[in-house]
Design a protein around this ligand. Structure first.
Ligand code: ATP
Length: 242
């Protein structure tokens, strides 16, 4: 794998019991790309992203993320990968800024030439539009504000590669706009490679330099938004509605 290929997936299969949900998926993410994995409910987007994050073990196939098999990622590897979890609700008595500072100090322990310096808590709160809420307790935040916090937590460590699973689901238009600006900023200024999932074609077109369409556990198309728009206009089977 060359250094410019950040995610390399080939022949990836996933089977739950006797049901196959991924049927030999293959795609690559190159350094600096924002790649949208686009598809309807049940297409296998979350399963794919969780395998790449190292949370699920694939049934078959070859997967390399930053040159390593995510199922066997080291702590150093994990510090270079940004993951958005929704588990911080349990820290409801902490204030937003306290939590961001705490996590930054944990990441600082990993600082090496490969792991980047963690982000400042106030800069983070600003980036996700939570400046006014930085002194609030986490349990008093609204659902959308918590989603913003979840994303802030995912980027505390300035990851080289960021995974975002349906990051704008349930967000209002203003929160969506803040989030879109953030993706552009992470990509342009921080050179973060981003793999996000969405079922919204408009969002994929707005954010992504390349779109991979997943349908029924198979890759249906892979290309730039313009290439896919031409194909969708020309061939109905590229549409992902079943
Ligand atoms: P959505 O947009 O609804 O989140 P998705 O594209 O992320 O969908 P997945 O969550 O990856 O899709 O699910 C793909 C298929 O795998 C679905 O049919 C789902 O029911 C099935 N599935 C997911 N997790 C499990 C599990 N733990 N056990 C059995 N089946 C599962």
């Amino acid at each position: 794998t060359s250094d410019s290929v950040v995610v390399d997936v080939d022949g990836m299969r996933m089977r739950y019991g006797s049901i196959d949900v991924l049927h030999g998926v293959a795609f690559q993410v190159h350094r600096g790309e924002v790649l949208a994995l686009l598809g309807p409910n049940g297409a296998g987007k979350t399963t794919t992203i969780e395998i790449l994050e190292g949370f699920r073990m694939r049934s078959a196939g070859r997967v390399a993320v930053l040159g390593a098999d995510p199922a066997h990622g080291t702590e150093q590897w994990r510090a270079r990968v940004g993951i958005v979890l929704q588990s911080w609700r349990d820290h409801g008595n902490w204030r937003v800024r306290e939590l961001l500072r705490h996590l930054g100090s944990l990441y600082a322990c990993y600082s090496t030439d490969r792991v980047r310096r963690p982000r400042d808590p106030d800069e983070l709160a600003r980036a996700v539009g939570l400046t006014e809420h930085a002194d609030r307790k986490i349990r008093t935040l609204s659902g959308g504000q918590r989603r913003r916090l979840d994303v802030a937590i995912g980027i505390v460590g300035r990851p080289e590669l960021l995974f975002l699973d349906e990051p704008t689901a349930g967000l209002d238009p203003e929160a969506r706009r803040v989030f879109h600006d953030l993706v552009h900023q992470l990509s342009a200024q921080d050179e973060t490679t981003i793999l996000l999932t969405t079922h919204d074609l408009n969002e994929a077109e707005k954010l992504a330099s390349r779109i991979v369409i997943l349908n029924g556990g198979r890759i249906a198309a892979d290309g730039t938004a313009a290439e896919l728009a031409r194909r969708i206009a020309g061939e109905d089977e590229v549409r992902w509605t079943r």
